[in-house]
Every structure is written in C-alpha cells, then in structure tokens.
Ligand binder design. Structure first.
Ligand SMILES: [Zn+2]
Ligand SMILES: [Zn+2]
Length: 355
C-alpha cells in the first residue's frame, strides 16, 4: 500500500476483507487492497460498525448509493496509520468516526448549511465505509473515545444524529413531548429530550424487545404500547389522557401511517418532527386547514455533521446510556443473516464486528 511519510506501522497488511456491493442487493465478501491514505488522513482498523436502518435503503440502492459500495457509517476502531500532517490522533488511539464530509464550496455549504451539502462525501454511502477491516478517513472526522466499549461506541454516530434532532426541535422549558418509536434512535433521542428541557416524555411504540429495553433503561416518564391488532384503542387512550396534546411530537418509526396520524397529537402552536426514514415514494395526507388553524410547525432532522464531540461530552459526564442497545453481533460473512434479523426487527440493534 502507498503511504505518505514514515508513520505506517509494519502491522498494516496489504489486503483486507470487506463487504462490498456491486449493485442493488448484490453483495459479497471480497479481498481487496487496504485503502491508501493521504497526508491529512488516518487509517482506522475497524473493530465494530453499527448496522443502521439506512443500510437497508443502501441495500436496495437508494440514497447516495454509488457502486461498488462498502457500507457502514457507524464505525469504531483503532488508528492504524496516520498521514504526515495529522496531529489530533496517534497510532493506537481508539476512535469513532463521523461519516459525513461537506464540500464547503457548494451553494448550501457557503451559506453555512454544510449538512445540506450538494456534493456530500458519505463514508459507507458513496465512498467506502466501515464494513471492512480498514477504512480511510480524513483526520478531522475521527474522535478519540478512550476506553468506551465497542458496543457502546457504535451508538455514538446515531446519537450525533439525535443531537441534531434536538437542535432542530428547540424544546422550550416545561414542554410535554411525545415520541413515536423506540428503536435505537428513539432510545437515544428520548435521553436527549429529557436532558434538554422536556418536563415530561411519553414513548408510544409497538411492544417487543425495543420497548422492553426502553422501560429497563428508564428513559421516559410514560410508555404506551401500541398493538398491531388494535392500534386505535391505545391511540385514543393517549388522547383522553392528554386532551391538549403535546408541545412536540416526534415520529421516529418511519411508518407513514404513524406519521399521518401523529399530527393529531400536536398541541395548538406545537411542533411535529419528521425523524424516521421513509420509503422515497411514500405520500401521506394532512389537512392544510388543520396545520393553519393550529399554527403547527412541521420540521425534519436529516442526519448530523460535527456533533460527535457533543455526544462524547454527554458520554464523559455519564449522562447517556449506550449499553445494551447494540445487542447482536455479526461477521461480514453473516451479512445476509444480519439483514434478515434487522428486517424482522428481532433485535434492538446489530453491529458488524471484526477480530
Ligand atoms: Zn445510521
Ligand atoms: Zn457542499
């Protein structure tokens, strides 16, 4: 492999295993060259990388997917090599990685909206990501994590997305909040909602391992189980108990029917946050009159950029519970099995691990 400078340790091999897509739904474990790094880059030996709902979309060729693709954007690992200009980390440091890099020159970047960059570089989206033994990152995208366990470290990137959601929703003091969904993202969002000003948080979700974990972690003030067979009964009960609705309602299930219904729980003058990831072609129906008459604000939170240091502050302060969420690990050779388990929602969160 070509390295700049003399900082490459001899322990970095020439070849590595990676999970690579050649097109939608076409994947294989391949043996390829370890990526080269430039003078401002680092090479991370990946130890674990979270599996995200977004990876299911990449699997189908949606979003930014560009072939060939090595997915994985929730990576944690150890610095294996650094370019000659790198000062923020050293070989051997354990790090998490921020998967998005803005171009800084496009229309939106130059208007201080780098998250909405038109030429965004997405590690694990349109450039190689963390479902490989090694991955190259610009040094400024990696952040030291000390001895944070791998299975907690893979939650740092989703937590970063949640903190951006918190920035977007601007919770006012004394707010009552309703969160639909308590997948890994919901579990993280819930914690930040309570840490950032909500007086009361209700989680409404289907029953199952995710809701069980939410209760166990004690991350909300009240929990509503919405059953598949009689969803309207529990939904109506929610309205009886909360006749004035909620200041903020967050839809984090990704289910269009829930999103459509969720607006009914927004208090006059309140906000609805579109947080889930929906199929691209889905449409829902809302009455504009209802939005107008009740002065409802509808807002969205897409992803995150530059929020990892904030998350690590919460981690350092012992205020964010990350344990127990990533509860199943797979090798890249088991990717088909992993996809199936994620689809069936049998687990809270999966992570790919390497030796
Ligand atoms: Zn993700
Ligand atoms: Zn840009």
């Amino acid at each position: 492999m070509g390295m700049n400078g003399d900082t490459a340790p001899r322990s970095v091999p020439e070849k590595m295993k990676a999970l690579q897509y050649s097109g939608p739904e076409k994947f294989a474990v391949v043996n390829i060259d370890v990526p080269e790094i430039g003078e401002d880059d680092v090479l991370v030996k990946i130890s674990a990388c979270g599996v995200c709902g977004t990876d299911l979309h990449y699997h189908k060729g949606e979003f930014l997917a560009k072939w060939p693709l090595i997915p994985g954007h929730e990576a944690a690992g150890t610095i294996a090599a650094i370019g000659q200009n790198v000062r923020n980390v050293a070989i051997g440091d354990r790090v998490v990685t921020d998967p998005l890099q803005a171009c800084l020159t496009c229309f939106h970047c130059t208007r201080r909206k780098p998250l909405l960059c038109e030429n965004i570089t997405a590690f694990g989206g349109n450039v190689p990501g963390g479902f490989a033994e090694y991955c190259r990152y610009p040094a400024r995208l990696v952040h030291p994590i000390g001895d944070l366990p791998d299975m907690e470290a893979v939650l740092v990137e989703p937590a970063a997305c949640a903190t951006h959601g918190i920035e977007r929703m601007r919770i006012e003091v004394g707010s009552k909040v309703l969160l639909f969904g308590c997948g890994p993202t919901g579990i993280l969002l819930a914690q930040f909602i309570r840490l950032n000003g909500a007086a009361h948080l209700t989680i409404a979700s289907k029953g199952g391992p995710k809701l069980d974990l939410a209760r166990e972690l004690d991350i909300a003030d009240s929990y509503i189980t919405i059953s598949d067979d009689q969803p309207l009964v529990q939904m109506d009960a929610l309205k009886t108990v909360n006749p004035y609705g909620f200041d903020i309602v967050i839809e984090a299930t990704g289910a269009p029917t829930v999103l459509e219904k969720s607006i009914e729980y927004v208090r006059k003058g309140g906000k609805l946050v579109v947080y889930g990831v929906y199929d691209e072609n889905v449409k829902i129906a809302w009455a504009p009159f209802h939005i107008w008459e009740n002065e409802i604000t509808i807002l969205a939170s897409f992803c995150s950029m530059g929020h990892i240091p904030h998350v690590l502050e919460y981690v350092k302060a012992g205020k964010l519970k990350l344990g127990g969420i990533a509860n199943k690990t797979y090798r890249i050779e088991e990717w088909a099995e992993c996809l199936e388990a994620v689809r069936k929602q049998e687990i809270v969160k999966a992570a790919i691990v390497f030796e």
